[in-house]
Ligand binder design. Sequence first.
Ligand code: PTJ
Length: 269
Amino acid sequence: MLDRFEIPRSHPRYWSLLLRERLVEAFEAGIVVPQGLIAHGRGEAFDYLLGEVSHGFALKAVEAAVAGLIYYKPRSVISVNGNMAALAPELLAELSEALEVPLEVNLFYRTEERVRRIEEHLRAHGARRVLGAGCRRTHLPGLESPRGIVCVEGIHSARFVLLGIEDGDRTEALKRAGKTVAAVDLNPFSRTAQTADITIVDELTRALKAALKAAERLSSAEPGELRGILDSYDNRAVLSSAFKAILDRLSHAVERGLILEPGPGRGDL
Ligand code: PTJ
């Protein structure tokens, strides 16, 4: 066990350091795999390029994702891996409770021990609807290895899946299985970002906070309004806007040798 590092709140990169600390702790607790730490570094690099803020295109995608989670109930599910559970257990629990949609522990580097630990971690943070170690299992077609194991009452029968920080292979397998997929991924070039029906190009904790606000707004919406949001949503336009945001920020830096002001703080997790 490493010594815990106290992050001073005054540090200009407090939030970034806090998220790193959460991941390191979760790695030591057997929740996050070492590959998850590498994946986070890739995400951080893209977050720098995006200016570490939730852009309008991300908020539009969040709204569509929440509309989908509600519209397809009871056949919608939030897929949770090690990184997601480490970064935002309380936000995932809150969203699951607010929408009455289950969290399914679904891992790329699957071991039964990790599934159990992540389930416990989510429950300890207030989640009550968790499909984990005790669920009835089957395989996603085309992914017969342990990384294709899903719960019969969860992802297997779901029409709509929200996932994050996910590997491209598994996102593609979900699409082949006929699911509508919403994905949180800071890298708009990734296979997951390019394959998903709704791509939320934003950092996971910011995206989940925005999802909680959208849930408040949409939980009393009529099915017709939810359908309207889904039908008018254009993922290619959202991805183009994400690339443009990166391009604009880089152009500014190229022209002036300066980056734009960093994003505002994130508020409490
Ligand atoms: O917990 P497991 O066993 O399911 O394993 C999870 C990992 C993350 C190891 C696995 O899914 C993986 O290898 O993912 P990839 O293929 O590295 O993809 C992760 C994507 O998420 C990359 O495009 C990153 O840019 C992005 N990403 C990383 N951190 C964040 C993020 N996106 C949003 N928010 C983040 N905090």
